[in-house]
Design a protein around this ligand. Structure first.
Ligand code: CTP
Length: 391
């Protein structure tokens, strides 16, 4: 997704559209905002100009530019989103009334159109509005159902514009090419916990963000995904089958339960290499003397997968604090991987518990590709752009 036209009409939810614009901008999308006159009374256009870095468009003709405004704007747009969409604008769109830039642009647009109605519940449920929405739906527009809740007018019911993140997720899903359709994929994510007693464990600071981003991206791109996850606070991405585990041993068992059917396996989990040799049944009591802990090695899940690889594509991660490239190359060979993604934990903005990552990728031919600092969601898609070539 590169460029969207964001139409804003005159509803109180227009203030939430500023956040929507921000989310798109943050994910690298160019946003052109078109406002109706009524919208500009709810939110100052300067808000959108500042957020998007582009002028806000209102008028069909400004007497200055040489192009035809509605044609210029619609050209090259990947999607047009109208949020909030008032009953008035919905009616105009359903009947083809082109009396302002936004409704004219709608008629001149060939890209997918997403409409997020927002209004009073009685208005929303009025047969006229429902009919108009049905007309637009039948012409291929995507209507996002409003959420139920307390409305700005004080009433309770359906009419709240979906949250900006929901609109963004819907748009991204709609526009993402389904280049992993038909592929069964297994992703591991998060830390493992190795208990020494019922209340204490050995673990690491992984939050699972990278693995969850990969599972989400795969699912968005059409794959059937099983996500085997250590303990995290993250919710499972839509459409993904999540299997929750705690220890490395449990992860091993679950991975080998599912791997047979899978064509692609991505091991983003930060698996503990060791576990306490024995786990006490009761909480270990404090004694004056120091306590030594004897550790046993966990099985290397990825290495064992590499030995049972057949025609599967196997992607590993390497968490490194020194000699990142050499260590990762070693892991790629030893574990029989197709690709390894290096998390250099010494890089600012990379590694555990941050939403960004700066990774390098090494393929079997050995060349290192360094990616810039990006949101983990974008990193996930970048990784998949390389993986899809291997399938
Ligand atoms: N891995 C695994 N099972 C383990 C340990 C690691 O499957 N018991 C996987 C990780 O999910 C990751 C890759 O192996 O994809 C590399 O993990 P990393 O922690 O970087 O390296 P290790 O192999 O554990 O080696 P070291 O700790 O010596 O760096």
């Amino acid at each position: 997704m590169q460029k969207i036209v964001l139409g804003v009409t005159g509803g109180i939810a227009a203030y939430k559209t500023a956040e929507l614009a921000r989310i798109f901008i943050r994910s690298g999308v160019e946003v052109q905002v078109v406002m109706t006159e009524a919208a500009s009374r709810f939110v100052n256009p300067l808000t959108f100009t500042t957020l998007t870095g582009n002028p806000v468009h209102f008028q069909m003709y400004d007497g200055q530019s040489t192009g035809i405004r509605h044609i210029d704007l619609s050209e090259g747009a990947d999607a047009m989103i109208i949020a909030p969409a008032t009953a008035n604008t919905i009616a105009k769109m359903a009947t083809g009334l082109a009396d302002n830039l936004l409704t004219t642009l709608f008629l001149a647009t060939l890209c997918p159109v997403i409409i997020a109605p927002s209004m009073n519940v009685k208005m929303f449920e009025h047969k006229t509005v429902q009919n108009n929405l049905q007309v637009l739906r039948s012409r291929g527009c995507h209507i996002l159902e409003p959420n139920a809740g307390e409305l700005a007018c004080g009433e309770y019911g359906r009419g709240r514009m979906p949250e900006p993140q929901e609109i963004f997720d819907f748009t991204r899903l709609l526009l993402t090419p389904k280049d992993f359709a038909g592929i069964k994929a297994l992703v591991t994510a998060g830390p493992t916990r190795e208990h020494l007693d019922p209340v204490r464990y050995i673990s690491n600071p992984s939050t699972g963000l990278m693995g969850y981003a990969l599972a989400r991206a795969l699912s968005e791109r059409g794959a059937e995904v099983v996500l085997i996850s250590g303990p995290t606070h993250l919710t499972s991405p839509p459409g993904v089958k999540k299997v929750a585990i705690t220890s490395a041993d449990e992860m091993y068992e679950e991975v080998f339960k599912y791997y047979n059917d899978c064509r692609l396996i991505i091991k983003a989990a930060a698996v503990s290499d060791f576990r306490p040799l024995s786990e006490a049944e009761q909480k270990v009591k404090k004694h004056d003397a120091s306590l030594s802990l004897e550790l046993a090695a966990n099985r290397d899940i990825l290495k064992d997968l590499g030995q049972n690889k057949d025609n599967r594509i196997l992607i590993g991660f390497a968490a490194e604090t020194e000699n990142a490239t050499e260590n990762a190359r070693d892991k790629l060979i030893k574990k029989n991987l197709d690709l390894i993604v290096i998390n250099d934990l010494t890089e600012p903005g990379a590694g555990f518990a941050v939403t960004t990552n700066r990774v390098s990728i090494i393929g079997r031919e050995g060349a290192v590709e360094r990616l810039p600092l990006m949101e983990k969601e974008t990193v996930a898609h970048e990784i998949l752009n390389r993986v899809v070539l291997l399938l």
